[in-house]
Write a protein that binds this ligand. Sequence first.
Ligand code: ATP
Ligand code: MG
Length: 414
Amino acid sequence: MSSNPNNEQKRIRSIRGKLQSMISLRRLGGAISGSLGLFLLIPLVWAVYNEINICGSIVLSNRHFFSLPGNINTLAYSIVEPSGTVVFTANASLIVYMAVGIAGCNLVLSVLGTLFSIPSEQAKINKILTPIDALAARADEISNFEFNEDKYQLLENAISKIEPEDNKEILLHDAELQGIETAMNNLIGKMKENYRQQARFVNDASHELRTPIAVIEGYANMLARWGREDEKVLDESITAIQNEAHNMKHLVEQLLFLARGDAGRTELKLETVDITKLMQEIYEESLMIDEDHPYKVKLSETPVTVSADPGLLKQAVRILVDNAAKYTAPGDEIILGAGSSAGRPYLMVQDAGIGMKEADVQHMFDRFYRADEARTREGTGLGLSIAKWIVEKHKGSFTVISRTDLGTRICINL
Ligand code: ATP
Ligand code: MG
């Protein structure tokens, strides 16, 4: 499609003209029909008034008519009974002159009003069309833009200099390429952030794996030296190696889950799930697994169904329940809930545990994040990242309320 210079702007100017004439014509039409209405209404009111005055009401069986025996000054209005008796007759020319005068004045005033309002209407149209003007100007600019060999070279040079580690932005020094420059810098910014996250993740994962490996190595060396003879060293080493192997297995499983998720290899198997039933199951399992805390369950009386992967959704809730148990002193209550609030299904886990500071709440879903107060308990800081991945895959969100030493309530909203 070829486009002349300022083509779009010309088109907008013509739209503006068409809008103005459309509005003026519509107002003019209104003035004419209003005046015509007035012209007909005045004699009608006069005729009705006379009939009610004489007959007491409007008698439909009477004949009502205007007649013009001579010129307009002889215009007569008559009411005649069915028997032929003339009930009323009067000269109507004065009332018609009056109607013409009033309707004419109305027409003149309306036309003048329309003419005087043109400048203010034009200003209104201009205001409404300002963003479209800007769009038209941009469209003209784009259609006149020539992407020649020099610009291609400039872009190629800038792209070839991008390094994942440095923070410099691309500068093309070309006003016509400003839009492309901004879009590229935004894209590169996102890619670099992604790269940094990946690098941090690998770094944290190696660090976390190094500790259990070092512990296992230490106990294995101790076993090799003294374990054969010393039964105490033997027992201690076996228990420590078992614990560390268990921790490492848990960590590797978490890492695998996230890696598979990032690579898009975890597929949701969606089913219709009643979340009150799902929470009831988790409640019964928690009673069996954890004897240290009294559990309570608050469920909606009617089923609340969502489309979800029941296995993954259960895993996300289990992560919240495990945290509640881990960060709550034995004997303190944990409440599980499921229902629907303002039409939105939710799953809730509430504890009366150590709680979190506002700054920790901001980061609790970050990979490997652990609050200082949590470090006395075992953990890797990956549980909530997994729960977040699962909930986001279900297009859900979290709400968290937490107060230090009072407790935490986390809701999954679906
Ligand atoms: P793991 O990966 O083994 O679950 P974790 O429990 O430390 O380890 P997350 O479940 O991801 O890791 O939780 C991240 C951090 O959020 C925790 O270390 C803790 O500081 C805080 N947190 C999470 N849930 C609670 C809770 N119910 N009460 C207090 N702090 C919590
Ligand atoms: Mg956890």
